[in-house]
Design a protein around this ligand. Structure first.
Ligand code: FPP
Length: 247
């Protein structure tokens, strides 16, 4: 099915977020070590980023490494970090060619030095691009982000920079790491798991959720297009009735 041609490009979701899951199981199915799954996962990242650019998506956030992922075997964490460094340094010119701006959320400082440096360099090199904003969530925990936000707001209240009555959901939006990024309209999770796993908890309040059994290394831009077509068939009511929306 040619899902791309079915997409209504004037009603695109402004932001699609993806929980990329299933690399390990994919590797196991192929009788290979887990890192083989991650390496093939990079090809899916490439395909999806390319697809996002083709249809003119504004924001794409990929959950590449959670805070909890630090608890994985050390060899896997090291290999993932190396893969990340190699991928970023290899792809930065392609990102530039395609007008993609790279952003990150998460505790980037906790990543190995070379990884952090490579990311900072890539962000700097792509900062003036005006096409797709590719947001990598790395060493990211939504609860930690919210804790940091609460602390920052409490500090500003205690220093009388803001008043207690000024705290509302827009102000909280502005203190989150995602302050400059609109909320995702569509959240995709691969590999047949139905969890949010500490990802963008505040920001997905009204997101449409899309789950697919495909393991991440089998997911391509066509699957992204299919998810968007599915999203566009849904009626987003934001707590209202269908009648209110059509009137
Ligand atoms: C989930 O599969 C995948 C990850 C935790 C890592 C995702 C990383 C990549 C796709 C590669 C690097 C990314 C970029 C942006 C260059 P899993 O290992 O949890 O799979 P399992 O649930 O089957 O074990």
């Amino acid at each position: 099915m040619d899902y791309k041609s079915l997409i209504n490009t004037s009603e695109l979701p402004g932001h699609v977020a993806i929980i990329m899951d299933g690399n390990g199981r994919w590797a196991k199915e192929h009788n290979k070590p887990r890192i083989f799954g991650h390496k093939n996962g990079v090809l899916s990242v490439r395909s999806v980023v390319e697809g996002a650019g083709e249809i003119g998506l504004k924001y794409l956030t990929l959950y590449a490494f959670s805070t909890e992922n630090w608890n994985r075997p050390k060899v896997e964490v090291t290999a993932l970090m190396q893969l990340l460094v190699a991928t970023i340094s290899k792809e930065v010119s392609t990102l530039n060619k395609n007008n993609v701006r790279l952003l990150t959320i998460g505790d980037i400082e906790s990543l190995p030095g070379n990884c952090e440096k490579e990311l900072e360099k890539a962000k700097e090199k792509t900062k003036n691009n005006t096409g797709l904003n590719l947001v990598l969530a790395l060493s990211y925990s939504s609860k930690t982000e919210i804790v940091n936000t609460v602390k920052a707001i409490a500090k500003d209240v205690s220093e009388a920079k803001i008043g207690l009555d000024e705290i509302n959901d827009t102000l909280i939006d502005d203190y989150l790491e995602t302050a400059t990024i609109q909320d995702p309209e569509l959240l995709i999770r691969t590999s047949g798991e139905y969890r949010i796993s500490n990802f963008l908890l505040w920001q997905i309040a009204y997101s449409e959720l899309y789950f697919t059994d495909k393991l991440w290394p089998d997911f391509t831009k066509d699957d992204l297009f299919e998810a968007i077509v599915n999203y566009q068939k849904r009626e987003r009511r934001f707590g209202m009735t269908s009648e209110q929306l059509t009137n």
